[in-house]
Design a protein around this ligand. Structure first.
Ligand SMILES: Nc1ncnc2c1ncn2[C@@H]1O[C@H](COP(=O)(O)OP(=O)(O)OP(=O)(O)O)[C@@H](O)[C@H]1O
Ligand SMILES: [Mg+2]
Length: 444
């Protein structure tokens, strides 16, 4: 796990998310606390629980985005789940424990990838030897050896080795036996690959017959297959599982999105029952319990939960009291204003303007946005968010699409041109729609 300080985490998040400093600080501290806990002597380490966070704020202001960016940042096993997903199927919804299994699967992939790096050199060496064996079939030596022939074979082998290393034989076919699992399409299709959880899938895969087939494939492909096989042989599966379980337990993070959708509306039947059911199911996960997976037992005591929700029609106090208490750190994300929109349009590394400049460049059209144009878009976004139901920064997407729509359609015929998008350009395309409330409801 990378050891970023809270300041470093915040400044990494700053690269993608404008404002929302409180939320960034809280998640940064919570992440750092995991590391701090790891430094403690064992006796008190067990006593330190995770400080779960509840992020609240209107729609489209960066809650999910913070979680998404955090995930790629921290190098800890991380899953993001929508709380509503558990209400969808059946009475109690999808098995809540599956989030822990998913987290463990993530950890296993991470640990395995790391272990592959550890054994990479050795696996590459073995792969090369095997390729040479395939290229130069071994000669059966009967009885006494012939030093001259040995020497010749050795030189021949080295010659091939050089050629292999220089990439001269990549297209040359070799014969290789490849083992494949034959998955009868029908079965997986009817169960529905997506909704089937990893455990069931793993179980079914074990039932499938595996078939080994000899295939002629070019060296470039054979090398990959052989390398994977060597890695599998060199990596100790039990050790991977053990490390992955430890990592899941000590640094796993679960992001529970749309938690507000589990609040009930006061009715005692219908969907509310299943929402309450999901809250009840979630409780032990967040409180700390042991979940059995096909790889072993995972304790959730120290897994960090970050929940988020808009909470505009409901309040955190509408959740079950026990569940509320499990999220002691509350952060509010604020509404975005014109200045924020202006920055969101230009500053983040994935900023919309940067995306459109890059997209148009593929057609040979050079576009630029004047600062007046940007501030006009930001202003219109703010105005619309105030007059109709706010969609937060998502409003910028619809506005931007509207502005570049015509250009986008024609771009392939306008290669070589330079288009300056200025305030007039923006107002031309937006004013009429923005002024008409009914129209803008549909279009922007
Ligand atoms: N503060 C921000 N800085 C940069 N981009 C933002 C910001 N807020 C939102 N966005 C952009 O707007 C889009 C929607 O944001 P996000 O998915 O985080 O919304 P949310 O807060 O999770 O809303 P919801 O309650 O609807 O789930 C994202 O694509 C994101 O890039
Ligand atoms: Mg969201």
């Amino acid at each position: 796990m990378k050891e970023l300080t809270p300041k470093e985490i915040v400044s990494e998040l700053d690269r993608y998310i404008v404002g929302q400093q409180d939320a960034k600080r809280s998640v940064a501290v919570a992440i750092r606390n995991r590391w701090r806990r790891q430094q403690l002597p064992e006796s008190i380490r067990e006593e330190v629980g995770p400080k779960n966070i509840l992020m609240m704020g209107p729609t489209g202001v960066g809650k999910t985005e913070i979680a998404r960016r955090l995930a790629s940042l921290v190098g800890a096993p991380f899953v993001k789940v929508e709380a509503t997903k558990y209400t969808e199927v059946g009475y109690h919804g999808r098995d809540v424990e599956s989030m822990i299994r998913d987290l463990l699967d993530r950890a296993i992939t991470m640990v395995r990838d790391e272990q592959r790096e550890v054994v990479r050199q050795e696996a590459e060496r073995l792969t090369e030897e095997h390729l040479l064996d395939l290229l130069i079939p071994a000669v059966e030596t009967m009885g006494e050896s012939d030093p001259e022939a040995d020497d010749r074979r050795h030189r021949n082998r080295e010659k091939y080795r050089t050629k292999l290393r220089e990439g001269e034989m990549e297209d040359r076919p070799v014969e290789l036996s490849v083992t494949q699992k034959i998955a009868p399409q029908g079965i997986f299709a009817t169960i529905g690959g997506e909704s089937m959880d990893a455990d069931t899938q793993g179980f079914l895969e074990k039932l499938m017959p595996s078939q080994s087939k000899r295939r002629r494939i070019p060296i470039r492909e054979a090398r990959k297959i052989m390398f994977d096989e060597e890695c599998d042989r060199l990596i100790d599966d039990d050790k991977v599982t053990e490390l992955a379980i430890q990592r899941t337990q000590n640094s796993g993070i679960i992001f529970l999105d749309e938690l507000d959708k589990l609040c009930d509306s006061g009715r005692a039947h219908g969907p509310d029952i299943s929402r309450q059911g999901v809250q009840r199911d979630l409780l032990p996960m967040v409180e700390g319990c042991t979940v059995s997976t096909r790889h072993g037992q995972v304790s959730t005591d120290h897994i960090l939960f970050i929940a988020a929700g808009a909470f505009h029609g409901s309040k955190p106090s509408d959740l079950m009291p026990e569940l509320q208490g499990r999220f002691p750190i509350r952060v509010e994300l604020t509404d975005l204003n014109k200045e924020d929109f202006l920055r969101i349009l230009t500053e983040p590394e994935n900023a919309l303007t940067k995306q459109h400049v890059a997209l148009m460049a593929t057609e040979g059209v050079k576009i630029s946005f004047s600062s007046d144009a940007l501030s006009a878009m930001a202003e219109i976004a703010e105005k619309l968010n105030k007059s109709a139901q706010s969609t937060g920064a998502r409003r910028l997407y619809t506005i931007m699409e509207r502005v570049v729509e015509e250009l986008s359609f024609e771009a392939s015929d306008r290669s070589g041109e330079t288009v300056a998008i200025d305030e007039e350009f923006v107002r031309d395309r937006l004013s009429e729609i923005a002024a008409d409330e009914d129209l803008s409801r549909f279009i922007l």
